[in-house]
Write a protein that binds this ligand. Structure first.
Ligand code: RIB
Length: 296
């Protein structure tokens, strides 16, 4: 199995359960407030580890972020590359709508925005071609990391989330797996229809393997040989936070084990259904044992 390096964000999530998302000019009371470990990077590292992969997390925290590295370690993630800096750890303010489990998120980058080329070069120096690099878009210098890693021959997985204007100008030839949702797909291609979104990517990047998540409509897998959909496992949604991160983590961990895309997509769909049925981000991600015995 290939080692996975996840260069990504680490956030403290402040989660407010609300009857409805706050509207402009409105002040509302929350029903509950909890603090959880989060960040798309951290969540995905936890998912890789719980799925049984050998994973190394690189990223930065402030002095207030120690519990994030503890959580990663207890999940089995190697945190020796995580640096602590002066200043605040990244933060997320998350509203979760009680009746649907849907969320809306405000980010504060903090330490996630303190990557330097020197730090990146040092971390990448410990890895070689054929190992897997995973990136989201919650840290600075993502394009630099992508370029350097693909030059080394690493297999790059990119989850372009949250989506930003700058991504439209990136060269994605070094990306082996692109994992995104339909909103991100539309922002990058201008297309709304899932097949057309993937057509645009494949035309420009014929070697790319694309996973497009479609909410209640499941997910679409496309590469030059395969084109199929994976349905969701429907469940009572408590909190959808980290559902996408769980899907990404389980899909890539299964791919790193060398299983077929069909098997990887099914395992990912089961894992994210379990995540959605539980509160919180990283803490809601199931172990592989749970996924294998799902539906319970
Ligand atoms: O994908 C969910 C994550 O997005 C949350 O944990 C939050 O920190 C934001 O990064």
């Amino acid at each position: 199995m290939n080692r996975i390096l996840n260069f990504g964000s680490l956030n403290v999530d402040h989660v407010y359960t609300v009857e409805h998302f706050v509207r402009p000019g409105e002040t509302i009371d929350s029903l509950e407030m909890e603090v959880f470990p989060g960040g798309k990077g951290l969540n995905q590292s936890v998912a890789f580890a719980r799925a049984g992969a050998e994973v190394y997390h690189a990223g930065k925290i402030g002095k207030d972020g120690g519990f994030l590295t503890q959580l990663l370690q207890s999940a089995g993630v190697d945190v020796s590359f995580v640096e602590t800096i002066n200043g605040y750890t990244g933060k997320a303010i998350i509203q979760v709508e009680e009746s649907t489990g849907q969320n809306s998120i405000i980010l504060y980058g903090g330490a996630n925005r303190q990557m330097t080329e020197l730090y990146i070069d040092q971390v990448l120096g410990a890895f070689s071609g054929n190992e897997i690099l995973v990136l989201q878009n919650e840290i600075n210098l993502v394009e630099y990391i992508l370029r350097k890693a693909s030059k080394k021959g690493m297999l790059v997985a990119l989850n372009p989330s949250p989506i930003g204007e700058e991504l439209k100008h990136w060269d994605l030839h070094g990306v082996t797996w692109l994992l995104l949702n339909e909103i991100e797909g539309e922002a990058l291609t201008g297309e709304k229809e899932p097949e057309r979104i993937t057509d645009v990517f494949l035309k420009q990047y014929p070697q790319m393997k694309i996973v497009l998540t479609l909410g209640k409509d499941g997910a679409l897998y496309r590469d030059k040989d395969k084109n199929f959909r994976q349905a969701i496992y429907s469940t009572q949604a408590v909190d959808t936070t980290a559902a996408g991160d769980t899907f990404t983590g389980y899909f890539l961990a299964a791919s790193a084990r060398g299983v077929s895309p069909e098997e990887a997509m099914e395992e990912a769909a089961k894992a994210s259904a379990i995540t959605v049925s539980r509160p919180g981000a990283a803490v809601s991600i199931p172990t592989r044992q749970e996924v294998l015995s799902y539906p319970f």
